[in-house]
Write a protein that binds this ligand. Sequence first.
Ligand code: FAD
Length: 467
Amino acid sequence: KKEELSCEIAVVGAGPGGYEAAIYAAKQGKDVILIEKSKVGGTCLNVGCIPTKAIVNSAEKYHMLSGLEDIGVSCGQASFDMHRVIGHKNQVVEQLRGGIESLLEANGVRLVRGTAAFQGPKELLVSQGLNRTTVKAQHVIIATGSRIADLPIPGIHGRNVLNSTTALDLEEDFDSIAIVGGGVIGMEFAGIYASLGKRVHVLEYEKQILPTTDPDLVEVLTEDLKGQVDIRTGVRVQEIRESENGQCIVAFESGGRTKYLVADKVLVAVGRSANLDGLKLEKAGVELTENKRSIAVNGSMETSVPGIYAIGDVTGKIQLAHAASHQGLVAVDCILGKNRSMEYDFIPSVIFSRVEIATVGRTERELKQAGIAGNVSRFPFAANGKALTMEEGRGFVKLIAREEDGKLVGAAVAGPDASNLISVLTLALTNGLTPEAIISTVFPHPTLGEVIHEAALGLTVGAIHYH
Ligand code: FAD
């Protein structure tokens, strides 16, 4: 079957970048076609942010049960049923996917299923099975995202070697797992398996797990995982072999020597590559970045070809769902003729491991490297009433203000609900607030958020409940 369609904006890829851009444009009167070759929701909804968090939630609740006697709650022997955990995860994902599909319909976005490839700057050919649809558009937004990178590690495709996608459907029980890569995804899975009582090994190439994160924050996590997760940094995985009894033998280089580690499963959580293949970008003249790994864009998210935009993971900027969505809104606004530019200074980032770590803006190290004088304040959850009632006294909030004008330029939280607390701080930083603005805001008591108020006091007269 052959069909020809035309629209004002064609969006390729229905991940959080693409589908949000499509809805946002449609809400402003644009005629939009959204093209998706697989499932609506992209990586984030189907095999990323959401499914992992559903499993994190089950694992954390199970883990919590073992310490409840101390607070006067007893619930007998806890058990964990991976089949039902995965069932719950699938139900949440399907519910959300259905929600997006109805939103697209309600907003008049036409969804075309199939794989898109450029035929010219403003023309795409969408193929699905024997069906071919030609989509002509005034503007195109490329939002094809990323996929798991294929690494040249011998044995990486072994029977018991998982990646972040296959791990989400693993029902089989096991005792031990070696996680290759101590980045955001690796540490999230390390938290899940540690909470389930598995023996977990993490093998990280850099000197620190979560290499780009402030070491102070990372320490809160490593302290929590101590005794449960064997973390090895500065090591290079060379090979994964299968032993006679089906276990995995991981060979890695550490301090110039080859060492071995045996585990039932291996999870490789290293790297993602932009989805560029098959798009036939050359037919549209769209240029790549210098390293050829992603699409080059300017501040308006426009590529080298006027009228063709790219957003999300495919741009290789920041591999986060909310960054993709925000880039999408910027691209649409630029198409609509609004004067907008993508700002990267205050994009929050969260690590959903056993202790949540959330950051926004600059770190102390970055400030120092840039030669900018700043003041730092830390306030611990151990001095926060609500945190103690929750038995969550680990971690702290950190605020960094620029000395020159007192503006907050960096914030971080390691501890309970860090992922939610960072939103308030992101609002403060994005709007150039000073600690005084936070101090003059009344925070409800008793709440975890009070740590923010206290840390702001710490930058002026000093915190009240800590010195
Ligand atoms: P994607 O979500 O990758 O979507 C791209 C879509 O384009 C896909 O649906 C794909 O099928 C489609 N497509 C590709 N090529 C074509 C084509 N030629 N024609 C038609 N369709 C095409 N981020 C967070 O912010 N928070 C988290 O907690 C988080 N957790 C994560 C956990 C894991 C395990 C992983 C893997 C990722 C996680 N991420 C998280 C990252 C997040 O998923 C991505 O940054 C985000 O999905 C990128 O959105 P996107 O729209 O650019 O692309």
